[in-house]
Write a protein that binds this ligand. Structure first.
Ligand code: 2HA
Ligand code: ZN
Length: 273
C-alpha cells in the first residue's frame, strides 16, 4: 500500500527533518542499535482521508491517562527500530498513531503496524504537558549522548545546578542556547511511568533532562531544535572532557562573564513556551 506521505508533502517535510536528525544521532554515536527515540505531534497534517482510516491494531494502553492529548496524532519511532534506518525511511522505522477518545490508549494508523517507542509514556507525558501549557513545541527527543551520559556516572555531576553551571562555563553559546540548563533525573527503569513522571517535572524547569546513566530528553518546536539543544549541552561536556584529557581542569567562564551574557542577551531564567 502507498505511504500516507506520498500525498501529504507538508507531513513528509516534517518527517524528512526527523530523518535528517536520526542521521546525525547515528553519526555522533548517540544511537547504537535501537537506542533513542523521537515523537512528533502531527495533528495539523491530518486530513479527512487520514482521519477516517481504520486502525491497524486494537487500542493499546499508554499506561497513563493524558487528557490534553484528546484528538492528537503523532509520528513515533518504532520500538526496537534503528535510528540509522529511520534516517533512510521514517515510515519503515516508525508509525503514525492517534490517541483514542479515553486519552489512555493509542491506535496505530499508518503506514504499517510498527509498535511505537518503548519510551512512549515519557514522550506522551511531555506532549500532554506542552499542549496544556499552551506551548508551540511539537517534538520530543530521547538519545544517548556519550559525554553527558558518562558524566552522569559521577555523583558530583548528578546535582542539576552544579552540572548546569559547569556546562555553561565551557563556552558562551551553552548559556545562550540552553539558558535553562540541564536537569538530572535519578536512575529509573527505562520505559517506566516513574521515569516519565520525573522527566515531566524536570522539563518544566530545564531545557534538557539528563537520565542518570542512560541518556537525555529534549523538547522543541520541531525535532531539529530538540536535537540542537542536546547538541549544545553535549558540546560543553566534550570541552570539559577534552580539557581533562589535556591534563587540566578547565578554568571555565567566570560567574560574572556568565551573568553578563544572561543580561546582555536577555536570556530567560524560566520556561515560557
Ligand atoms: O529506544 O533508548 O530508552 C531504546 C531506548 C530506550
Ligand atoms: Zn534510551
Amino acid at each position: 500500500m502507498e505511504s500516507v506521505l506520498h500525498t501529504r508533502p507538508a507531513l513528509k517535510k516534517e518527517l524528512d527533518r526527523a530523518a535528517e536528525v536520526a542521521g546525525y544521532l547515528w553519526q555522533r554515536g548517540w544511537a547504537e542499535r535501537n537506542g533513542g527515540n523521537l515523537t512528533i505531534r502531527i495533528t495539523e497534517y491530518v486530513d479527512d482521508v487520514l482521519r477516517t482510516r481504520p486502525a491497524l491494531c486494537a487500542p493499546q494502553p499508554i499506561g497513563i491517562r493524558l487528557p490534553n492529548l484528546k484528538g492528537c496524532w503523532f509520528y513515533c519511532k518504532g520500538t526496537g527500530k534503528r535510528m540509522r534506518d529511520l534516517a533512510r525511511d521514517p515510515m519503515s522505522a516508525g508509525s503514525i498513531i492517534r490517541i483514542t477518545e479515553d486519552c489512555a490508549h493509542y491506535e496505530i494508523v499508518a503506514d504499517s503496524p510498527v509498535m511505537p517507542t518503548s519510551e512512549l509514556p515519557s514522550h506522551l507525558s511531555l506532549q500532554d504537558y506542552l499542549i496544556g501549557s499552551g506551548s508551540n513545541y511539537k517534538a520530543t527527543l530521547h538519545t544517548h549522548p556519550i559525554e553527558l551520559v558518562a558524566m552522569s556516572h559521577a555523583r558530583e555531576f548528578l546535582d542539576s545546578e552544579r552540572l548546569t553551571r559547569l556546562l555553561w562555563a565551557m563556552i558562551p553559546e551553552t548559556l545562550a542556547f540552553a539558558p535553562l540548563g540541564i536537569g538530572v533525573v535519578p536512575y529509573a527503569l527505562p520505559s517506566s511511568v516513574e521515569l516519565a513522571s520525573a522527566t515531566l517535572e524536570m522539563i518544566k524547569r530545564y531545557d534538557v533532562v539528563l537520565w542518570e546513566k542512560h541518556g537525555t530528553v529534549a523538547v522543541g518546536p520541531d525535532i531539529m531544535e530538540a536535537f540542537d539543544q542536546t547538541d549544545v549541552l553535549n558540546k560543553a561536556a566534550i570541552l570539559y572532557k577534552t580539557a581533562k584529557q589535556f591534563g587540566f581542569t578547565p578554568e571555565g567562564l567566570t560567574p560574572e562573564a556568565v551573568g553578563e551574557i544572561r543580561d546582555v542577551f536577555h536570556l530567560p531564567s524560566e520556561r515560557r513556551g
